[in-house]
Design a protein around this ligand. Sequence first.
Ligand code: DX5
Ligand code: ZN
Length: 230
Amino acid sequence: MSTPHLSASIMCASLVSLEREIHELEEAGLDSIHVDVMDAHFVPNLTFGTNVVEAIRSITSLPLHVHLMVADPGFFAAPMAEAGCNVYIFHLEAERYPFRLLDRVRELGMSPGVALNPATPVELAQGLDVEHLLVMTVEPGFAGQRWLAGSERRVARARRLMPASTVIGVDGNVSKTNAVRAMRAGASLLVCGTSSLFGTGLDYRSAICELRASLAASTQGTPTKRQKSG
Ligand code: DX5
Ligand code: ZN
């Protein structure tokens, strides 16, 4: 289990102080900013557009991972590239021609990724040439939900099905405990929302230190009896 990529879910930050929040996240050692774009059609919530991505781009050099929870993901590809998106993650359930959109995303200079709702068989992503596969561990649309049972199995299946070059990420209720579950199952990217970062009551640096420490302890510690006996 290697060091995970930690991506901060910016919808969970204090939006009235976005610039300060982003700088604190940078200083805390986050690896990227995760921008949840919701259109009130694919999910029953409405969040950010390209203007917000552009504003974030102007104040940070961290990679911007844009998670498109929209009914027509192709529509936003060019404007998001223009706004400074680095990783363009769209929902497979929303796109009829994923191979074509993945090519377009690459042509636009972004890294392509797909996200899968909890009820979508992970097998549907098999054969897609993606750099990121985001396994939803809650129904998309809102922060503060509960980790769905069976998520670890989905992550493990995704890890087995996809080539080693595909980063498997998890999004939704990635608390310290669930982060360990996800990493053990084969995830290497964690979307940090309220559960591990913004709602802990700790400053971001301390929250990230705690998260990394519990991940390290869970893998480097003495094997438990159960692990020893296999
Ligand atoms: C869910 C969002 C997540 C969410 C994570 O639709 O994509 O990024 O904000 O935050 P918590 O930890 O509250 O689930
Ligand atoms: Zn997300």
